[in-house]
Design a protein around this ligand. Structure first.
Ligand code: F6R
Length: 641
């Protein structure tokens, strides 16, 4: 498989025990995988043979299926000779349920190509327990009778599972009923409205049949997968990481985007792989990495430390260690500022922000209604206290993350209130009555009716407004954008649309900010942050020629799930213990997101706890590297457009 980005030689890939190909992004990668599948289908057609494909579900193959559909519709690729076997299905599961893999496959692929319906096979989630063993044996026998799987597509779980072969699965495991790991269930819980409704078991193709496939292509996208990819590709073969079994397959490839590959040795620490050209960025990354690895302050690193850790050529080029240390120390020191909007009347040649204008217009974009306070609450408060004109813009309504019980509570409140005080508002009354009726009869995973979504959105709006008031903003500086891409009522969002960009451009043009803050978080589990960021990038690109944009700097903070690497940080805003508490109370305004939120992710801490841990950890890293000691720090990267 070819990638324009990844031209690494075998020597450079020597830490990797299985073939890996890295693409610029998942779209380009999916296209390339689709091309390989299309070629195989055509070769089989010319041989008058069926093409046996093993298929996966989940978020990873979605782009691939979209491309296969395109190849069918626009380039006439026929699927008449294709026979498919899906890896797995939840158990129990009705095929027409919203979360069934049957439905997933039909909606994303089967219904849009000319496949013969009898030719697709997906484990049956409706069997009784005592029918399963025979059914599974038969599933395997059917594959064998067709000569085995020609090409198997896989995703990878956070624990390294392939199919639903969780950690601990044997390399010769058969197709069977399995219990799902907690981490797998947590990842799936977003589709099932919470962990309690998430299945505990599934039927999965065993590792043995996967290993017998003639070709295996594993897809992984995003930073969230980077650690498990490294373990699977460079680590030992172990049943704790079932994807590592693929190291022993003779025709397997891991297809990655840049983010998923970011922890591979050749990407993360390329100087350990071959001689490199030491750019400033690379020196900073290597030196800070060395200091953290050795748990030493930067200024305590010695020549021997450099030499013994694969950095002797850097030392030869720019050493001795003392000189390199000083340079990196100063650079890191200069990222720290208590003046995120710039320090008036101060020399700003080494500060992250400009001193002028002393009073800046600031626009903070918050993808969900609580990202502003969770991710940059301390900076938000400081900017306001230091007299800047701070605006906050909530990009989406965030309505999907409100529990039904919350919506019911608010709807009943309005109805009871109206009844008690005899308030006659027939239309409003109807909305709330309808919502209550719907919620009381709602089936698991049913999509909310617009009235319920509206109530859920109102709840989050109230919370966001309350935080912004707490920080000290007047209503005129609080903006609710309600970007249309988000309003599907389902987990699956629409792609960025023209209207989203227009709303964003209008707001930026109206405020003419000197600073924009945006969530640069690509690890958000359901992709909303990514669309929100793309919308801002697009808006900024289109506005670039406007005069006011010459003075507009774009700062990226990270969302709730991850922090910037210390080598990337360009502005670090320290928080005192009191400021940490102040931020915590700001986060508390988001009551609907406390105590077991709908989208917990794989982390069971509440948002305020995550925020505090993360900000404390950043401060601890700075401290360990030899900087001043602070209670907490918020970190930013400047995006030059
Ligand atoms: C799905 C499957 C799973 C997923 C894995 C990754 O059929 O077998 O192994 O491939 O959980 O899921 P995503 O792609 O959603 O990250």
């Amino acid at each position: 498989m070819k990638s324009n980005l990844d031209k690494a030689t075998d020597f450079e890939k020597r830490f990797e025990n299985v073939d890996t190909v890295i693409f610029e992004n998942s779209k380009k990668a999916s296209k390339e995988v689709a091309k390989e599948i299309a070629n195989l289908i055509k070769v089989k057609q010319s041989q008058k043979q069926p093409c046996i494909l093993g298929l996966a579900t989940g978020s990873s193959p979605k782009g691939l299926y979209a491309e296969l559909v395109r190849l069918h519709k626009e380039e006439g690729l026929s699927f008449k000779n294709v026979i498919t076997f899906n890896l797995d299905e939840y158990y129990p599961m009705e095929p027409d349920s919203v979360n069934s893999y049957v439905r997933f496959m039909k909606e994303l692929l089967f219904d849009h190509v000319d496949m013969i319906p009898e030719n697709y096979n997906i484990p049956d989630g409706t069997l009784s327990k005592d029918e399963i063993a025979a059914y599974c044996a038969n599933y395997e026998a059917k594959i064998e009778a067709l000569g085995g799987i020609d090409l198997q597509i896989l995703g990878i779980g956070g624990n390294g599972h392939i199919g639903f072969n969780e950690s601990g699965s044997l390399q010769n495991s058969k197709t069977r009923l399995v219990a799902l790991d907690h981490i797998t269930r947590v990842a799936a819980s977003k589709d099932f409205s919470g962990l309690n409704n998430t299945p505990r078991t599934a039927i999965t193709l065993g590792v043995k049949k996967i290993m017998e496939a003639k070709r295996v292509i594993l897809l992984a996208w995003g930073e969230g997968k980077s650690n498990i990819i490294r373990a699977s590709v460079e680590g030992q073969v172990t049943n704790q990481v079932p994807a590592s079994f693929l190291q022993e397959h003779n025709n397997a490839v891991f297809v990655l985007d840049k983010e998923a590959s970011s922890k591979l040795t050749r990407i993360n620490t390329p100087w350990l792989v071959e001689k490199i050209i030491w750019t400033d960025k690379m020196v900073r990354k290597a030196v800070l990495g060395l200091a953290m690895h050795l748990k030493k302050p930067i200024l305590m690193l010695t020549d021997a430390d450099y030499i013994e850790n694969g950095m002797s050529d850097l030392l030869a080029d720019s050493g001795p260690a003392y000189d390199i240390n000083i340079e990196i120390f100063n650079k890191l020191q200069n990222t720290i500022t208590g003046w995120p909007g710039g320090k008036p009347n101060a020399d700003d040649s080494k500060r992250p922000e400009r001193a002028e204008p002393a009073k800046k217009r600031v626009l903070i974009f918050s993808p969900h209604p609580d990202d502003d306070i969770i991710s940059m609450g301390g900076t938000f408060i400081r900017l306001q206290q230091q007299g800047h004109e701070v605006h906050v813009a909530y990009q989406t309504s965030g309505n999907i993350a409100v529990a039904d019980s919350e919506a019911l509570r608010f709807a009943s409140f309005v109805c009871d209130y109206n009844e008690k005080f005899g308030i006659q508002s027939p239309d409003a009354g109807k909305i709330y009555q309808k919502a209550i009726k719907f919620l009381e009869n709602k089936k698991a995973s049913e999509i909310d009716i617009p009235e319920v979504r509206y109530i859920k959105g109102l709840i989050r709006k109230g919370e966001a407004r309350s935080t912004a008031h707490y920080v000290g903003l007047p209503d005129s500086q609080i903006h609710f954008m309600e970007l249309p891409f988000y309003e599907t009522g389902a987990i699956e969002k629409k792609p960025m649309g023209e209207e989203d960009v227009k709303i964003t451009m209008d707001l930026i043009s109206q405020i003419k900010p000197h600073q924009i803050y945006a969530a640069g978080d690509l690890a958000d589990p359901h992709g909303t942050h990514k669309v929100c960021l793309d919308t801002i990038f697009e808006a900024v690109k289109r506005l670039k020629s406007e005069k006011f944009m010459d003075d507009c700097w774009l700062w990226l903070y990270r969302g709730a799930w991850q922090e910037w690497g210390v080598d990337e940080i360009e502005m670090a805003v320290p928080l005192s213990p009191d400021q940490v508490l102040e931020k915590r109370f700001g986060i508390f305004k988001h009551q609907s997101q406390k105590d077991g939120v709908v989208f917990q992710g794989t982390d069971s801490r509440e948002f305020w706890q995550r925020a505090e841990d993360r900000n404390r950890e950043t401060a601890e890293i700075y401290d360990q590297l030899g900087m001043a000691s602070y209670a907490a720090m918020e970190a930013f990267v400047r995006w030059k457009y």
